[in-house]
Design a binder for this molecule. Sequence first.
Ligand SMILES: *[C@@H]1O[C@H](CO)[C@@H](O)[C@H](O)[C@H]1NC(C)=O
Ligand SMILES: *[C@@H]1O[C@H](CO)[C@@H](O)[C@H](O)[C@H]1NC(C)=O
Ligand SMILES: *[C@@H]1O[C@H](CO)[C@@H](O)[C@H](O)[C@H]1NC(C)=O
Length: 212
Amino acid sequence: MVVTFFHISLIFLSFVSALEACPKCGSLDVPYPLSTNENCGDPKYKIYCNNGSLEFLSAKGYYYKILSIDPGSYKLIIRPPSIQNLCQSSDLSLGGLLLNDNSPFSISTRNTVMLFNCSDTILLSPLNCSSNSVCKLFEDKIVEGSGCRNTLCCSFLKDASITSHRIRVRMGGCTAYTSVVELRPDAPFDSWNYGIELQWAPPNHDFNFRGH
Ligand SMILES: *[C@@H]1O[C@H](CO)[C@@H](O)[C@H](O)[C@H]1NC(C)=O
Ligand SMILES: *[C@@H]1O[C@H](CO)[C@@H](O)[C@H](O)[C@H]1NC(C)=O
Ligand SMILES: *[C@@H]1O[C@H](CO)[C@@H](O)[C@H](O)[C@H]1NC(C)=O
């Protein structure tokens, strides 16, 4: 009895899911549960389709372009903010990337984050701020990083020991950042996959397992 009910629920859920996937935005599919309007997807997973460009809205109100989505692993990749003259990220005035604590989205553990133009106090942190840190390659080899050349920079893997809801920049701290998804130590710098990978908690997770 219980098993049958559970199966019917699952079939029903996947049926509803299929019905409620949102239409394509530009060239990107918008898989369930991501939601670009109130008639499709799950409203808890709100993203935005602005003029054919799929975007993620941070808690501070900054729109980050969504570059790719992998619904099978509940992940999407957003484009890091551009780094402007004087080595400042375009979201600097908002303090960088911030997600709501109660958002189903969080920053995944596969991002290597690089911080630029940091103040000396960063040296007290466990980040890799040595002269052979990968952030030096970004400053020296990538045009976008050239405004940050010769500033104090640091890199770190955004793993589970660090908050998964924020990448912080500020005047007097570090003023710019970028991120590379799944950076392999031996990979040439021109093959880096720039992005900030976010993951989402699957919908109805509690619902399925508590057996409502
Ligand atoms: C919308 O996108 C088109 C094509 O990319 C572009 O030409 C146009 O300027 C954009 N409009 C706005 C309001 O951003
Ligand atoms: C910093 O990163 C570089 C390049 O990956 C590595 O060779 C070096 O050992 C790291 N240093 C520290 C202190 O972790
Ligand atoms: C670095 O940060 C300081 C403030 O912390 C800022 O005044 C300066 O414009 C930034 N950029 C460079 C290239 O120093």
